[in-house]
Design a protein around this ligand. Sequence first.
Ligand code: 4NP
Length: 167
Amino acid sequence: MRLPLPRNPGRYSVALVCLGNICRSPMAQVVLERRVAAAGLDDRVTVRSAGTGDWHVGQPMDSRAAAKLSAAGYDPSSHRARQYDDSWVDDHDLVLAMDHANLAAVGGRSERVAMFGDHDPLEPGGEVADPYYGGEDGFADVLAKVERTSDALVDELSALLSSGSYA
Ligand code: 4NP
């Protein structure tokens, strides 16, 4: 899945969007930031996350999401929930929605708006299912999906940012 070209050559900003910004998109942000740093791209790639709803603004990650990340060796502690607003699509190179309702809330597909799951190498095109009202399995599923999808996204970002025409 090709990424849109960066607005500023050699740099890239990604926004991850879910509903509450306390489960899916912050889990994906923490994982993707780790992968970006491991690839040596952390001075060039920015990852942010937001929720389309405002209920949890300012709150830390859901405790179940945080526990799942901590158990896997990630640090969830710095997250504070933010609400998406329409300026984000102009401020980022790529906006990735976790499910179809989130996608609709950010205005639908465009050159710079897609589904996070489009980049899932195992089940491309799918949603990251909302784990909020479910059990522990849902959070494990989110982590597995965001880990493999973040691996693929970082490969794509590395290729884009290291290619001569864009670097
Ligand atoms: P998220 O999960 O969108 O993955 O952060 C949710 C968090 C909160 C709610 C729904 C989903 N809520 O209804 O408060």
